[in-house]
Design a protein around this ligand. Structure first.
Ligand code: NAD
Length: 475
């Protein structure tokens, strides 16, 4: 093993949380190294973690390709644009996705270089005394010591014991790389990944059945938003079966036989491909040697306080490997906050204003609390809603589905949540994030001039509806 190298900050993991931590630390003048084990599809090291390699970025590329194909058949005719015999070349679509991934993973490598961050490709393990040993891809070992070590190991797909991943049963990684549109696609789990990747292949022509163990659809979302979304997905032909508990799968010649039970008893579904999207687990396996003092909970999540500190001097943890939602942007904020805390600055993450987005059609987005949560907490609130069907821009686009709901405190009028389902709401939700960050009220939102005609007018009218003064609907 070569001589030990010393750094101010050693980051284990070059995904969203880790690369943000590394770049911010380097910007603040700290001597920084980042260790990452990720490989690209071409077999070369690739920074950016799940998000850039096999998550957010590639799935959005496929969602966009499939949306174009869907619109070509379902939206264009309304505009008088005739399209006959539209075809999709899956190879070209996947190749486009791979090119985008390569561009962005390569972009992180360039940013690391420009910020003078030492990049080490390999698997890092924390040892006592803030020592990190790295097994590099060529088998050689390196030893680093950091005044601070930031664990940003990310997460892995959960594999069900009765549905082992292989050629026919896949996780999100496999479902990004089908070589042809499966005739029948089964999905276990109607969560974010199931809905997004189920939508991709549905739009391209697959028959998609989503089996969800819970009796309720999208319980984390506002109940009315979930109801409208479910109706729209049904119209698109997504077959979502609730209360469906899968107990067995078997790969046979004619497809994957999936056994599940629902209210009617035991059922069998036969599909060509099966996507298992039942959640993710912290990637903490092999991350910690004995005696570091860093604690893992029963599910392997690295234990941290509200400042992402592990309780061990100089050891921090951020992103998917710690508590909180497994969202890239939550990891971004934690990475930046920890780098700033290390540099003596007041790094901080406001967990109450982290937006959620599901990139289906219509999109689903929210920030803050739902009506269900506020009721459970006994907080008095008032709401105002507005449908996109009454928004000129949405109707002109041929996208009238969905609505916006503003939730404000009944006494103070302070905005407590913004819930949206509709076209482009992944962008609109940030009006709610901003308002909540600045402790704004529904009245503040209602008094802000919104350009006409834009989709954002739905937020304006919904905010006005909180006090029953929406202009474009009867209050
Ligand atoms: P998820 O937690 O969003 O959904 C998993 C679903 O699977 C749940 O509804 C659960 O009830 C169901 N389930 C669990 N076991 C089951 C079983 N045996 N049979 C049937 N259903 C079962 O998980 P996911 O969709 O795998 O996503 C993983 C993580 O990645 C999430 O934390 C998610 O936030 C994140 N992610 C986010 C985005 C985004 O922000 N747009 C996109 C992709 C992934």
């Amino acid at each position: 093993m070569s001589e030990q190298q010393t750094f101010d900050v050693v980051v284990i993991g070059g995904g969203p949380a880790g690369y943000h931590a590394a770049i911010r630390a380097a910007q603040l003048g700290l001597k920084t190294a980042c260790i990452d084990a990720g490989m690209g599809k071409d077999g070369t090291p690739a920074l950016g973690g799940t998000c850039l390699r096999v998550g957010c970025v590639p799935s959005k590329a496929l969602l966009d390709s499939s949306r174009q194909f869907w619109n070509l058949q379902h939206l264009f005719p309304e505009h008088g644009i005739a399209t006959k015999d539209a075809k999709i070349d899956v190879g070209t679509m996947v190749g486009r996705k791979d090119k985008i991934v390569k561009q962005f993973t390569g972009g992180i490598a360039l940013l690391f270089k420009a910020n003078k961050i030492t990049t080490i490709h390999g698997f890092g393990t924390l040892f006592p005394g803030n020592v990190v040993k790295v097994k590099q891809h060529d088998g050689s070992e390196l030893e680093l010591k950091g005044t601070n070590v930031i664990l940003a190991a990310g997460s892995d797909s959960i594999e069900l014991p009765f549905a082992k991943f292989g050629e026919h049963i896949v996780d999100n990684v496999g479902a990004l790389d089908f070589t042809a549109v499966p005739k029948r696609l089964g999905v276990i789990g109607a969560g974010v990944i199931g809905l997004e990747l189920g939508s991709v292949w549905k739009r391209l022509g697959a028959e998609v059945v989503i089996l969800e163990a819970m009796p309720e659809f999208l319980p984390a979302a506002d109940a009315e938003v979930a109801k409208v979304a479910a109706k729209e997905f049904k119209k698109q032909g997504l077959d979502i079966r609730l209360g469906a508990k899968v107990s067995k799968t078997e790969v046979r010649k004619d497809g994957v036989h999936v056994t599940y039970s629902d209210a009617k008893g035991e059922q069998t579904l036969v599909v060509d491909k099966l996507l298992v999207s039942v959640g993710r687990k912290a990637a903490s396996k092999g991350l910690l040697a004995d005696g570091t003092g860093v604690k893992l909970d029963a599910r392997g999540v690295v234990e941290v306080d509200e400042h992402c500190h592990t309780g061990v001097d100089g050891v921090w943890a951020v992103g998917d490997c710690v508590r909180g939602p497994m969202l890239a942007h939550k990891g971004f904020e934690e990475g930046i906050a920890v780098a700033e805390l290390i540099a003596g600055l007041p790094g901080h993450v406001n967990y109450d204003t982290i937006p959620w987005v599901i990139y289906t059609e219509p999109e689903i987005a929210w920030v803050g609390r739902t009506e269900q949560q506020l009721k459970a907490e006994g907080i008095p609130f008032k709401t105002g809603s507005f449908p996109f069907a009454a928004i000129g821009r949405a109707v002109a686009m041929g996208e009238p589905a969905g609505f916006v709901k503003v939730i404000a405190h009944a006494e103070t009028d302070r905005v407590l949540g913004l819930h949206l389902v509709g076209v482009g709401v992944s962008e609109l939700v940030h009006e709610g994030v901003l308002t909540m960050e600045f402790n704004g009220s529904a009245d503040d939102l209602a008094r802000i001039c919104h350009a006409h005609p834009t989709l954002s007018e739905a937020i304006h009218d919904a905010a006005m509806a909180v006090d029953k003064r929406a202009i474009h609907k009867v209050n």
